[in-house]
Design a protein. Structure first.
Length: 282
């Protein structure tokens, strides 16, 4: 269980993989995991589609990580389109696989879900989902260093985080960010608000020009000038952009470790080379 690792280690190193949209491509994820396990992550998290479309693969992949690779796995669970019966079925399957760790999320509105259906969803917030999960599981939650898009202020967002923690969350993993100072400010505000559980810093290297727009829209993360300059310098050179993106992420990692963060969580995008280069650098 991840709780044991948190007690044993001063610094956690973990990464995330995701099931492909096309089930025919799922073997690619297993191949990536087989390569990425060489970096010896403390755990690997596995994402879950907003509408649960990849839920079957999520648990199959999490089971492979746990039972075949002997690495702790953290199975994501989003509740935007989840029913009470759906939660029971998911928990039952997790127990069958011997899985003990859940990352509880609200998730985005599925594309095939109407606004009315979304507004009247069974689980309104991640805290409602957390309250309904068997507490024999280790439950993690997500946080946004620069504020959740739906929150009016960072203070409001942190107040909502406290509700999740009160419901049973024991660890937070941050959304990706590119400005470490924003993360330090968030951690300081959370601490002053009474949040004292481990907070892992989520890092995603920018390795393609397309990522810049996509990731900013999804994460609400700002890009500091130091990174903007690198992106602009190599925007017409894909290979050098990859190198620059990884180098910047490694700089972030080193600074975070110097500041005593509890953990580094890498959004590896199912790419073993990213995991290897990122974690190999001291």
């Amino acid at each position: 269980m991840i709780s044991d690792i948190l007690e044993e280690k001063d610094l956690i190193c973990s990464l995330e993989v995701f099931p492909p949209k096309k089930t025919d491509d799922v073997h690619i994820v297993y191949q990536a995991i087989d390569e990425m396990k060489s970096v010896e992550p403390d755990f690997i998290s596995v994402t879950y589609g907003a509408g649960g479309g990849t839920s079957k693969e999520t648990l199959s992949i999490a089971s492979y990580i746990h039972n075949e690779c002997h690495i702790e796995s953290l199975a994501h669970l989003t509740c935007a389109a989840l029913t009470e019966d759906g939660l029971c079925a998911y928990i039952s399957r997790m127990k069958e696989y011997g899985l003990t760790n859940i990352l509880a999320l609200r998730g985005d509105k599925p594309r095939d879900m109407s606004k009315e259906e979304f507004d009247n969803r069974y689980y309104k917030h991640a805290s409602d989902l957390v309250s309904s999960i068997d507490k024999s599981f280790f439950i993690a939650g997500a946080c946004y260093p620069e504020k959740h898009p739906d929150a009016a202020t960072l203070d409001e967002d942190i107040a909502n985080l406290k509700k999740k923690i009160g419901a049973g969350v024991s660890m937070l993993t941050s959304q990706l960010f590119f400005d470490n100072e924003k993360f330090y400010r968030f951690v300081d505000m959370a601490d002053k608000a009474g949040i004292h559980i481990p907070i892992l810093a989520g890092i995603m290297p920018i390795t393609t020009q397309k990522q810049v727009t996509t990731m900013i829209e999804l994460s609400n993360a700002s890009i500091p000038s130091a990174l903007t300059e690198r992106i602009n310098k190599y925007r017409n050179d894909p290979e050098d952009l990859k190198k620059a993106g990884i180098e910047y992420a490694i700089m972030q990692k080193r600074d975070l470790i110097r500041h005593g963060v509890k953990g580094i969580h890498l959004y590896a995008m199912n790419k073993p080379w990213i995991a290897k280069e990122f974690f190999a650098a001291n």
